[in-house]
Design a protein around this ligand. Sequence first.
Ligand SMILES: Cc1cc2nc3c(=O)[nH]c(=O)nc-3n(C[C@H](O)[C@H](O)[C@H](O)COP(=O)(O)OP(=O)(O)OC[C@H]3O[C@@H](n4cnc5c(N)ncnc54)[C@H](O)[C@@H]3O)c2cc1C
Length: 365
Amino acid sequence: MSRTVTIVGAGITSAAAAWSLARKGWRVEVYERADVVGGHVRTEWLHGIPYEPHGAHIFHTNDDEVWRIVSQAAEFVPYRHRVVIRLRGRYLSWPLQAGEFAALPDFTDVAAELARRPEVPDRTNFETYCISLLGPTLYAEAVRDYTVKQWGSDPATLDTSIAEGRVGLRRDGYSDMFRDTYQGWPRRGYTAVVESLLRSASVHLGQTVTLDDVPAITRPGDPVIVTAPLDDFCSEPGALDWRGVRLEASYHPEVVYAQPAMVVNEPAPDVAWTRTVETKWALPELSERPGTVVLREFPGARTKHYPVADAAGANRRTQEQLCRRLNEYRRNPLIPAGRLATYRYLNMDAAMRTGLEAARRVLAC
Ligand SMILES: Cc1cc2nc3c(=O)[nH]c(=O)nc-3n(C[C@H](O)[C@H](O)[C@H](O)COP(=O)(O)OP(=O)(O)OC[C@H]3O[C@@H](n4cnc5c(N)ncnc54)[C@H](O)[C@@H]3O)c2cc1C
């Protein structure tokens, strides 16, 4: 008789774990709070134009196995991601390019500041680290106010991990956002990827699961993979800090594209949103078709999109306590996986990797 694994949540982490275990003959029961699958990576369509209600998602990875899994689950187009930032009324490359500033007369102070940067960045906190990388002017204009909007906190209270790999100055003129070996966007959107990976699982939609529900939906000893936030799962709302975003969509029937790239960052403090997203850029077959969807991304929503890496480490300690509660549960093995349950700022490929690792732990149960 096949064994049963239960998975809480139906995002990309759950999908990777479910796919892996179903292939090994496990019966997979997935419980999802929402009435659709996909979690944060969900794609919607309006008049044939894709848009992403939780923000722009670009698949980029150096993980051969993860790429093989997603690209066998769905067709990917070879989209290369470009981001621009609006500074002093101009669209400039993001990450910032040293060469672009050299050509701008109103940024002459920047070159001198860049020459004075320390050889080793100051890792005291997010702010000291970014100033070491960009100098005070570029930090103030491109990063500081954006960060205050995004995190609702003084950047000096945030950890450097939030900036690492995301903030920097390029000198090589390379203008794609990512350098990973594999990059793309799924032609039918991410919901189709998740649905394809979950095709052998039984998915129960509209079902919120907490630790108290585990006895009702599992047999003793059956493993449970948890991709829900652990403060919710352990019924301790508010134990962890989260940052959420709200996206507001608008349809523009007359224009082919409404902005110069899929993502435009808006660091100015007097603009309420942090960026605008036009996912249509991912699909070249739409490049001459009128009609587009643009989403404005507003920070500060009550959703759980981003774990908060505070410089003092308070959230990390709470997360460790919640993990201990899962470890101490005797009736079933409870295995956290994914961005929410591990309270880590994971990209899709890394989230899928945690799903595959969780599946390996299930096989060892
Ligand atoms: C704005 C934004 C942009 C991003 N851009 C990129 C990008 O370009 N590239 C990239 O690689 N990554 C990107 N990411 C990261 C990516 O979204 C995550 O890595 C990925 O979605 C994590 O998947 P997950 O399955 O772990 O979590 P989720 O997608 O959050 O899935 C968890 C699921 O669990 C459900 N759930 C929660 N609690 C319960 C409960 N108690 N009971 C039952 N179900 C529950 C939720 O409804 C959800 O469906 C971005 C993230 C954000 C927020």
